[in-house]
Structure formats: C-alpha cells, structure tokens
Design a protein around this ligand. Structure first.
Ligand code: KG4
Ligand code: ZN
Length: 341
C-alpha cells in the first residue's frame, strides 16, 4: 500500500463533465464543466451531451490535475461512473478511464452513480455537519432517481422505496417548463419560491403504497390548473410566478418528507442523510433540518458542490473500493440501468 492514496474520479453520466482528485479521503480538486447546449431544448439531449463530453473530458481532467498539483504518475487508481445514466455519455467517461488505465497501468474502478451520491457524505471535509454512522437512511433525490435507501456499510445499501414514475428533480424540471422557465428548472423554482406563499395554491398529493413515490400526477395537475387559469388570464403565470413556485416546491417537499417519516418510523433509524441534485433545494434542507427537533433525528446534508453531479463523489467511492482491493476489468461495460448494490 502506498504512503498516500490518490484517486482520479471521472463523472459523465448526464450533462456535466466532471473530474476530481482525492487524496486519502480529502478532495484536492473538483472540476465540473456544465453543458449550456441543452438550455434551448428544455431538457438534456443525449446525443448533444455525448458530444459535449467528448470536447470537455480532456480539458476537465487536465484542470483537475493541475489544480490538485498532481501528476499522472502520482495517481493510484482511476474511478469512473459505470451507470446508471445516459449510455452515450457514460461511454465517454468509461472510454477515457479505460484508456488512462491501460496507458498508465492504473487500477480501474467502476462506480454506481446513485451509491456515489450517498458516499459523498464520507468526503473528509471540515465544512460537513459530521459523517453519518451505520446504519442510516438516505433520501436520494436527483433528476433521474427518487429513493429512500438504508445504508448498513459503504457498499451495502438497500432501496426501501422509490418513485414509480417521474423523479423529484424531473417533477421540478417539467413543472418549471410548463411555467415557461428554462432547463434545469429546479434551481429556478427554488429561487422564485423564496418570495412566494407556499399555501397560495393547493395541489393534491399522490396515493401510492409502501415507501414508494409518484410525481407524474402532480405535473399533470399543475398543467391542467395552469391551462384553465391562462385561458381566463393570459398573464396568470407571470403575475403569480413566485406563489406558484412556492406552492409547487412545498408540495414536492411534503411528498418527499411524508414517506421519509414513515421509513424512520418503520426502521427506527434516526440518522438521516440527503443526496442528489434536489438536495440543493433550500426548502427541502430547511424542512429536513426541522426533523432534528421534531423527531429527535440527526440530519446530514452534503456541501452544495457535492449535491449535484460531481466527480468528488466518484473519487471517494473509488477510494473505498481501492481500500478493499475491489477493481474493475477492462471488459466491463457501462450500463444505463446499472442495478443497485
Ligand atoms: O443529481 P443531479 O445533479 O443529476 C442527476 O443525476 O439527475 O440532479 C439534477 C436535478 C435536476 O432535476 C435539477 O433541477 C435538480 O436536481 N436541482 C434542484 C435544485 N438544484 C438542482 N431542484 C430543486 N431545487 C434546487 N435548488
Ligand atoms: Zn446524479
């Protein structure tokens, strides 16, 4: 075992090209190139994402290495996102990681993107609110996933419930699109909601069993409601944008927390974490923190830059795999629907 362990992490599962350098659990550099090309389309266009990854990957890796002041010779392994995600996008990061692994004789480590969102909590960073101990529950909320996960070890995770249709981030983005906001709409709804009344408009909550979620009904409810209102007043959305955003955000957060509270009750686990892009949402963070007093829980929220897609979470996951000697082979292929666990 070398004196220090230095891991290069690569993330290219959706529309962000990212590279990070991690040494012994601490992040030395965390670089992300966002792809503005999708804004005009109201959503990620997979083919354009793959092409942008191709353009970005080498400069992003070079920027991360130079910011970390680390040379290729200093690396001990290369970790990359193997899935789930957009297949063409995943291929870019995978091919790059495999090429580097072959050229520099570096161990290769394929990482599950959703597990990595959770493992971001273990990045050794002073700004954290501490690190959760096992077992803990994680509400994993991104553009593609909404899950309640029980974590008993770094790589022992069980999905207790998940969305049966749209993800929470997708609901934010699709409803934002209905209101005429550009992609990705989640952060914009969050911004407008700060000036709005969360009780201005009431939208019905889904009735799905167990710990599962559903968000497509909310999207349809907002669509029909706005169609009716706009028919009567074409300026309805512009006049009520802040209140609409606050009401939609409030509904999504209430749906997310209602099932999480049931999971806390069923498992008796009082340590709660949050992960994925939607965990950047200010209302969700606030409501979650309120559970500390309400249910005597301890809540862990990652630093903002480790919430949305990033390569730091891939590097920390790679670090834990490295310590266990769990490496991937060059034959392994990326998977759009990589199974959990
Ligand atoms: O984890 P992530 O970066 O990418 C995926 O793996 O999907 O999550 C992206 C999602 C998008 O749907 C985006 O709108 C949402 O996270 N998001 C937010 C906020 N910031 C990002 N949703 C609500 N409020 C935010 N502040
Ligand atoms: Zn993600």
């Amino acid at each position: 075992m070398p004196q220090h362990t230095t891991i290069l992490g690569i993330e290219s599962s959706c529309d962000d090209t990212a590279a990070a350098v991690l040494r012994d659990g601490k992040i030395l550099a965390n670089v992300t190139a966002n792809q503005a090309v999708h804004e005009a389309y109201g959503g990620v266009v997979p083919e354009l994402a793959s092409r942008a990854h191709q353009q970005n990957i080498i400069p992003v890796v070079q920027a991360a290495l130079s910011e970390a002041n680390v040379k290729l010779d200093d690396l001990d392994a290369v970790a990359y996102t193997q899935g789930p995600g957009l297949l063409g996008s995943l291929h870019v990061g995978t091919s790059f990681a495999k090429g580097l692994s072959l050229a520099r004789n570096l161990p290769l480590i394929g990482i599950h993107h959703m597990q990595a969102h959770i493992l971001a909590h273990f990045i050794d960073d002073d700004a954290h609110r501490g690190i959760p101990t096992f077992p803990f529950l994680c509400l994993t909320v991104s553009g593609g996933h909404t899950q309640i996960v029980k974590i008993t070890d770094h790589f022992e995770m069980k999905v207790l419930g998940q969305t049966i249709d749209d993800a929470a981030g997708e609901a934010f983005d699709k409803i934002a699109k209905i209101m005429g906001l550009p992609y990705p709409g989640g952060p914009l709804i969050d911004k407008h909601a700060r000036n709005g009344n969360p009780d201005a408009f009431a939208f019905s909550r889904p009735k799905v069993g167990d710990l599962n979620y559903s968000f497509s009904g909310l999207k349809t409810a907002v669509l029909y409601f706005l169609r009716k209102q706009v028919a009567e007043d074409p300026d309805f959305i512009a006049k009520n944008l802040d209140d609409l955003c606050a009401s939609v955000q409030h509904t999504i957060v209430q749906i997310l927390l209602s099932k999480l509270k049931i999971a806390i009750d069923q498992t008796g686990i009082k340590q709660l974490a949050i992960a994925g892009g939607v965990s950047a949402n200010s209302e969700l963070r606030k409501q979650l923190l309120a559970l500390e007093d309400e249910l005597n829980c301890k809540v862990f929220i990652p630093k903002f830059e480790y919430c949305t897609d990033n390569a730091a979470m891939i590097a920390i996951s790679g670090y834990f795999r490295f310590l266990k000697g769990q490496f991937s082979s060059l034959e392994e292929t990326p998977s759009a629907r990589l199974p959990f666990g």
